[in-house]
Design a protein around this ligand. Structure first.
Ligand code: RIB
Ligand code: NA
Length: 345
C-alpha cells in the first residue's frame, strides 16, 4: 500500500530574472530573461516527492485535475499531501493547479480570504554560475494556521482519507521547512511527537532554534550555511570531512537520529546515530540554476525513508537524492526542474 507523506510548509510564486552578474549597489541591470514559475520550499518538496515517486506520464496522459487519477494512483509509491496557505489570487490558483497536476493531495491547503496575497520569491540567477539570490515575501505563508488554529484542528496531521481503508491515517513522515512561522513548526513538531509521527526537518532558511527541536528528530537535512549557523560554528569548519563530522556529531548529541549536510559542489556528508557516516561526493553537473536542488534532494531522500520498510539506508538515500538534485541544477526553475522517477533510473 502506498505510504503517506505530509508536507507542512510554504507555497510561493517565483519571479525569476537571469542576469550576467549580480547587481551592485545602485546599479540597474538588464535581465536576459524573466519567468514566473511555481516555487516555495514546501510546495517544491511536495512536487519532488510526487514526481520522483512515479514515472513521467506520456504527454497525452499528463495527469490533470480529475483526469487519469486512477492510472497515476496505481503507479505512485507514496501519497503526498501538502498543508499550507495561499492568497485568493491567480498565483494561488497557479500553485494549486501545479500541485494537482503532479498528483499532490491539496486538501490541506487553505486559500485565505481578504487582503492576503500568495507568497512571492524574487529570485536573481547569475547566469555564469547558476547561483541564486532570493528575497522572500512570505505573505499568506506567514498567516497559515497560527499555532492555536493548528492545535485546534487535530486533523492537520491526519488529512482526509486516501481511500476507505485508509481513513484519516497519520502520515508515515511529516516534512517541514522554515518558510512558515516557527511557532507553527514547533506546534506541529509537538503534535507529531505525541502521535509518534516521524519528522524530516529542513530548517531553511536557517534561524536560531530552541535546542528542544532536535530531541528525537528522525531526519535533519541542512546545507552548509544552515549547519554552521545552527551548530554555532564558522562555516569554514565544514571545509574538511573532520569538521563535518564534528558538526554532524553535535546534532546527533542534541538528539537527531539522521543528519545530512549538503555541501554544494563538494557533495553530501551524512551521519546516522553516530554509527554510519561518510561523504558522498557530488556528481558532476552542468549548473544552469541551483534553485530547487535542495528541495529535490529532500523529496528523493524522503521517499527512501518511507519506501524502506524499516530498512532505511542513509548512504543509499543520499546517493539517490544527490542524483536527483544534480538533475535539478541542470534545469531552470524550481518545481519545474525536478525530474520524474524514470529520468533517474
Ligand atoms: O528552495 C527554493 C525555493 O526557495 C524557491 O522556489 C523560492 O520560492 C524560495 O522559497
Ligand atoms: Na533548478
Amino acid at each position: 500500500m502506498a505510504r503517506n507523506i505530509t508536507i507542512l510548509g510554504s507555497l510561493n510564486i517565483d519571479l525569476v530574472t537571469r542576469v550576467p552578474h549580480h547587481p551592485l549597489p545602485g546599479e540597474t541591470l538588464t535581465a536576459s530573461s524573466f519567468s514566473i514559475s511555481p516555487g516555495g520550499k514546501g510546495a517544491n518538496q511536495a512536487v519532488a516527492c510526487a514526481k520522483l515517486s512515479r514515472p513521467r506520464p506520456s504527454s497525452s496522459s499528463l495527469p490533470s485535475p480529475g483526469n487519469n487519477e486512477e492510472k497515476t494512483k496505481a503507479e505512485e509509491t507514496a501519497h503526498i499531501r501538502m498543508v499550507g496557505s495561499l492568497g485568493p489570487d491567480s498565483y494561488g490558483t497557479t500553485l494549486l493547479q501545479n500541485l494537482s497536476v503532479h498528483g499532490v493531495d491539496t486538501s490541506g491547503i487553505r486559500v485565505l480570504s481578504g487582503e492576503y496575497k500568495t507568497g512571492i520569491a524574487f529570485i536573481i540567477v547569475d547566469e555564469p554560475t547558476g547561483e541564486n539570490r532570493i528575497i522572500l515575501s512570505p505573505e499568506a505563508n506567514w498567516f497559515y494556521s497560527s499555532p492555536t488554529s493548528l492545535l485546534s484542528s487535530p486533523d492537520t496531521l491526519r488529512g482526509s482519507p486516501v481511500d476507505d481503508s485508509d481513513s484519516g491515517k497519520l502520515p508515515d513522515l511529516l516534512i517541514m521547512q522554515l518558510e512558515i512561522p516557527l511557532a507553527t513548526v514547533l506546534a506541529a513538531l509537538r503534535a507529531a511527537r505525541n502521535d509518534g509521527v516521524k519528522v524530516l526537518f529542513n530548517p531553511a532558511p536557517a534561524q536560531h532554534l530552541p535546542l528542544d527541536i532536535y530531541r528525537g528528530l528522525e531526519h535533519l537535512v541542512v546545507n552548509e550555511t544552515e549547519a554552521a549557523m545552527l551548530a554555532s560554528v564558522d562555516v569554514s569548519v565544514l571545509d574538511t570531512e573532520e569538521g563535518c563530522e564534528k558538526v554532524a556529531g553535535e546534532f546527533v548529541s542534541r538528539g537527531v537520529k539522521n543528519v545530512v549536510i549538503t555541501l554544494g559542489g563538494r557533495g553530501v556528508y551524512y551521519m546516522n546515530d553516530g554509527k554510519k557516516k561518510g561523504l558522498v561526493p557530488a556528481e558532476k553537473a552542468a549548473v544552469v540554476d541551483t534553485t530547487g536542488a535542495g528541495d529535490t534532494f529532500v523529496g528523493r531522500y524522503a521517499l527512501d525513508v518511507v519506501e524502506g520498510d524499516g530498512g532505511f539506508e542513509i548512504e543509499k538515500a543520499v546517493r539517490k537524492a544527490n542524483r536527483a538534485a544534480k538533475m535539478a541544477v541542470e534545469r531552470r526553475g524550481a518545481a519545474d526542474s525536478i525530474p520524474w522517477r524514470d529520468e533517474l533510473e
